[in-house]
Design a binder for this molecule. Structure first.
Ligand code: PEP
Ligand code: MN
Length: 356
C-alpha cells in the first residue's frame, strides 16, 4: 500500500497536526462556543461525534443529522475543517452530503470487518481523508485489514489513530497504549500518518500531556484531543475533556523534536546496539543448543520435557537478578517466557526426530 503522507497540505506544515473538539456534538451552542474558542487557540480541524457508540443502550447516542448542520456552521463561521465518526453506510452518505471534510472509523467498528467493508463500499471512488482508529482489541492484523479495505476502495488519504487497547487488567489507563503495536504498524507502512488519541488512551485529563509528549517523541504525525467549552457539563466522556485554553497550554508545553539527521554520536551508539544485538543472538543460539542437548538427555532417561518446578525456580531467580540490574521484573519475565517456549519447541523437535 502506498499512502499520501501529507493529508492536508494547506495546514500540516508542522508537527503535530491537531484535531480537537468535543467527544459528542450536544447542542448548537456547545458546538459553536467550543469551535470558536478552539479556532482562537489556533486549532484548524474540529472533531465532534454525531453518532456515538455506547457500551449500553439508554445513554446519549448522539444527536445525529441535526448535528451535521452545526458542523457546517462551524466551517462557515471559523473556516475550520470538520471531522466525525462514521460506522454505517448511512453515516457515510449523510456526512458527505453535509460536507464533512474528514471521516474517522471508531475502534469498535474497526474490529468488525463487515462494518468496515460496508463503509469502504460507500466510499468507493470518493477522495476524502479517512482516519482509522485501532480496533479495541490488540490485533495489528485486524487494524491493517481495515486499512486495506478502505485502501482497496481507492482512497489514498489515509491515516490511523492510536487510541489504546482495552484490557481486563486494572491500570491507570482507560485503554492500554501498547506502543509496540502502532510502532510495528509504522515499521511496515512508513508513510502512513499516525495520530495519537491521548483522550481515549488515558480517559483522564491529568495524563494527556505525558501521553502527547510520548507520541511526539515517537515521531507521531498528529494528536486528536477531546475538548469542550465546559467539560463538567459534557454528555459523554466528561473526565477526559479539557477546555480549549487548557489545550492551548498543553500544545505550547510540548517539546517537538524534529531533527532527522543522525549525528555522529548517535551513529556510534547505534552501532553499539547492533553489536550487542549480535551478541544476544549468538548467546540465544548457544542457549538453544544446550536446551536441545537437555532434550536429548530427557529422551534417553524417559523424562517429560516440561519440568515446572525447575522453570519456576529459573523465573524467580532471574527476575530477582534483573531487578538488581535496573530492569523491570515484568520485562525479564516476558523475555524468559519467550525463550522458554522456544526451548520447549526445540526439545519437541528433538523428540520428534528420535521417534523416526
Ligand atoms: C470518540 O472518538 O469519541 C470515540 C468514540 O472513540 P473510540 O472509537 O476510540 O472509542
Ligand atoms: Mn469520546
Amino acid at each position: 500500500m502506498n499512502f499520501e503522507s501529507i493529508l492536508f497540505p494547506e495546514i500540516d506544515d508542522k508537527r503535530p497536526l491537531v484535531i480537537s473538539g468535543p467527544c459528542s456534538a450536544e447542542t448548537e451552542e456547545q458546538v459553536m462556543t467550543t469551535a470558536k474558542e478552539l479556532s482562537a487557540a489556533g486549532v484548524k480541524i474540529f472533531r465532534a461525534g454525531v453518532w456515538k457508540p455506547r457500551t449500553k443502550p439508554g445513554g446519549f447516542e448522539g444527536v445525529g443529522i441535526p448535528a451535521l448542520k452545526w458542523l457546517q456552521q462551524v466551517k462557515k463561521e471559523t473556516g475550520m475543517y470538520t471531522a466525525t465518526e462514521v460506522a454505517t453506510e448511512k453515516h457515510v452518505y449523510e456526512a458527505l452530503k453535509h460536507g464533512v471534510d474528514i471521516l474517522w472509523i471508531g475502534a469498535r467498528t474497526t474490529a468488525n470487518p463487515f462494518a468496515v467493508q460496508e463503509i469502504a463500499n460507500a466510499l468507493q471512488g470518493i477522495d476524502i481523508p479517512v482516519l482509522i482508529k485501532n480496533p479495541v482489541n490488540p490485533d495489528l492484523e485486524l487494524w491493517i485489514g481495515a486499512i486495506e479495505r478502505i485502501y482497496n476502495a481507492g482512497l489514498r488519504k489515509l491515516g490511523v489513530i492510536h487510541r489504546g487497547f482495552s484490557s481486563s487488567d486494572k491500570t491507570i489507563y482507560r485503554n492500554m497504549p501498547q506502543w509496540h503495536i502502532p510502532i510495528e504498524l509504522k515499521r511496515r507502512f512508513p508513510t502512513l500518518p499516525i495520530i495519537c488519541d491521548p483522550s481515549h488512551i488515558s480517559g483522564r485529563c491529568d495524563l494527556l500531556l505525558k501521553i502527547s509528549q510520548q507520541a511526539m517523541d515517537l515521531n507521531y504525525y498528529g494528536l486528536i484531543i477531546e475538548s469542550h467549552h465546559s467539560p463538567d457539563d459534557a454528555w459523554s466522556d466528561k473526565n477526559q475533556q479539557i477546555t480549549p485554553s487548557i489545550l492551548e497550554e498543553l500544545l505550547n508545553t510540548l517539546i517537538i523534536r524534529n531533527t532527522v539527521q543522525t549525528t555522529e554520536n548517535l551513529s556510534e551508539l547505534r552501532s553499539q546496539i547492533d553489536e550487542l544485538d549480535n551478541e544476544l543472538l549468538q548467546l540465544l543460539s548457544k542457549r538453544m543448543r544446550v536446551s536441545r542437548e537437555i532434550g536429548q538427555y530427557k529422551i534417553e532417561h524417559n523424562m517429560p520435557i516440561l519440568q515446572t518446578i525447575r522453570y519456576d525456580h529459573i523465573l524467580n531467580d532471574r527476575v530477582k537478578q534483573a531487578k538488581s540490574m535496573d530492569m523491570s521484573g515484568e520485562f525479564i519475565k516476558q523475555v524468559l517466557e519467550s525463550i522458554h517456549s522456544e526451548s520447549v519447541r526445540q526439545q519437541m523437535v528433538v523428540m520428534e526426530k528420535n521417534k523416526k
